[in-house]
Design a protein around this ligand. Structure first.
Ligand SMILES: [Zn+2]
Length: 116
């Protein structure tokens, strides 16, 4: 279950809030370390759904791919259920960046093979 920062803060008891407040007042090093560590942990996992076809991703399939991209301070992540979806996403990115296509990957959109 995903919860927002506001929901997390509202669920905390007074002692936990005071610990975080004290940490933030002295530079926030513990909070920063905790957030960076959790972000790294989540980067290593595949997302639950394919970014192209929205199929659920079987965490134990060897056909899964996850791309991490973007600048260091705003990294993004997208997971795919197979090579076809990964290629389709890359072709879209290539179009967005105005780069020349090697072939016409958009034609594959109708012929996805979602076997895992
Ligand atoms: Zn897919």
């Amino acid at each position: 279950m995903a919860i927002s920062l506001k929901e997390a803060v509202e669920a905390m008891d007074y002692d936990e809030l005071m610990k975080i407040k004290m940490d933030l007042e002295s530079g926030g090093f513990n909070v920063k370390r905790m957030v960076i560590q959790k972000a790294r942990e989540k980067e290593r996992r595949h997302e639950a759904k394919c970014a192209v076809c929205s199929n659920e991703i079987n965490a134990y399939s060897s056909n899964n791919y996850t791309l991490i991209f973007g600048p260091e301070d705003f990294r993004r992540k997208a997971s795919f259920c197979g090579i076809d979806c990964t290629e389709y996403f890359m072709a879209d990115l290539r179009d967005l960046k105005g780069m020349k296509k090697k072939e016409a990957p958009a034609s594959k959109a109708e012929n996805f093979d979602h076997k895992v």
